[in-house]
Design a binder for this molecule. Structure first.
Ligand SMILES: [Ca+2]
Ligand SMILES: [Ca+2]
Length: 271
């Protein structure tokens, strides 16, 4: 049964249970022989829907769990709240077919000071073109494969994000607008067109120890959301996997291409 089919009043309890059970499953541990209970697992919020209105409740739950929207001013705003990327404000010069600068959303000026830097082992990072653009570039990564413009949906109109030449991205956090490393309570994001089960996010602490691996729900031609929130700001890095292949080939049973829309992460905390 899809978690997304549960009625809203049940979701809070369900997601707490899911969070605990998932973390135990993925960590491969339970109570030890002395009966010491394991530490509480993170809260996991995940769901899927055909379009943005169908997915909105899950995204809003995750935002509410973290607190208020802290916008894009430099410096940390304390322990609560979140920062969010919709990609829609990225200018044409940094959108397809042009590359996206890894630290665009950690510039030391508002509204770009969000405290997030991205890195890929592939050839680059890309934000998709606007629906209307002077160069006639197809939106939703149709510049890479024309079929993608039909396959991929948006949560926030109208741009999406993907690595190029790889299906992996490492997400690192900084005190917004600075080079000071930071940690966050959690990270969540919207995927479009997830067709196969695969690990989506793996969270790491500042010593590089894994905090757990989590799958995103399947939503063929639709949208999925996965967000994980820990009790404290312990997440220094998130390894994000996009489907089973980098952008380029067709999308079908043997090859699942998936890209992302909104990123939402806890307020970055300096050391
Ligand atoms: Ca968007
Ligand atoms: Ca796909």
């Amino acid at each position: 049964m899809s978690v997304a089919t549960l009625q809203h009043p049940l979701r809070s309890a369900r997601r707490l249970i899911l969070g605990v059970s998932l973390s135990l499953l993925l960590a491969g541990c339970g109570s030890d022989d002395q009966g010491t209970p394991p530490p509480p697992g993170p809260v996991v919020i995940s769901g899927a829907g055909a379009d943005s209105s169908a997915l909105a409740a899950w995204v809003n739950d995750y935002r509410a769990l973290l607190g208020q929207d802290n916008g894009g001013d430099p410096g940390t705003r304390g322990r609560s709240g979140y920062r969010e990327l919709s990609w829609d404000g990225v200018p044409a010069e940094f959108s397809a077919p042009n590359g996206y600068p890894a630290d665009f959303f950690n510039a030391p000026l508002p509204p770009r000071a969000r405290g997030i830097v991205l890195e890929t082992p592939g050839t680059g990072l890309m934000v998709s073109a606007a629906v209307e653009n002077a160069s006639g570039v197809l939106p939703r990564f149709g510049n890479i494969n024309a079929a993608y413009a039909e396959t991929f949906k948006t949560f926030s109109a109208e741009k999406l994000f993907s690595p190029v030449g790889s299906n992996l991205v490492n997400v690192s956090f900084f005190v917004p607008g600075t080079s000071l490393p930071a940690t966050v309570r959690g990270f969540g994001a919207v995927y479009t067109d997830v067709d196969t089960r695969h690990t989506a996010f793996e969270y790491f602490d500042r010593e590089g120890r894994s905090l757990g691996r989590f799958e995103t729900p399947i939503s063929d031609h639709g949208l999925s959301f996965l967000g994980v929130a820990f009790e404290e700001a312990v997440v220094a890095r998130v390894a994000v996997r996009y489907g089973t292949s980098s952008l380029g080939p067709g999308d079908g049973p043997g090859t699942d291409v998936a890209v992302m829309d909104n990123f939402i992460f806890g307020e970055p905390q300096g050391e």
